[in-house]
Design a protein around this ligand. Structure first.
Ligand SMILES: [Zn+2]
Length: 66
């Protein structure tokens, strides 16, 4: 008693080795340490920014008339 919750609850994230670190290019925590590339932007894997069409919602689909 008397102690704050800074103990046990915070220990949950210890022990695990971080698989992803902060990416130098996109700033997200998506840089895979083992594979040495960023899962979000593809840094370390490709010189181009990783980007897919399905990432963004299509602006407008033609309305299908049933
Ligand atoms: Zn990145």
């Amino acid at each position: 008693m008397g102690k704050t919750s800074a103990g046990t609850t915070a220990f949950g994230r210890l022990h695990k080795k971080a698989t992803h670190k902060i990416c130098r290019r996109c700033g997200r925590r998506s840089f895979n340490v083992r594979k040495k590339y960023c899962a979000a932007c593809g840094f370390g894997r490709t010189s181009k920014i990783r980007k897919y069409a399905w990432q963004t919602k299509p602006l407008q689909r033609t309305v299908r008339i049933v």
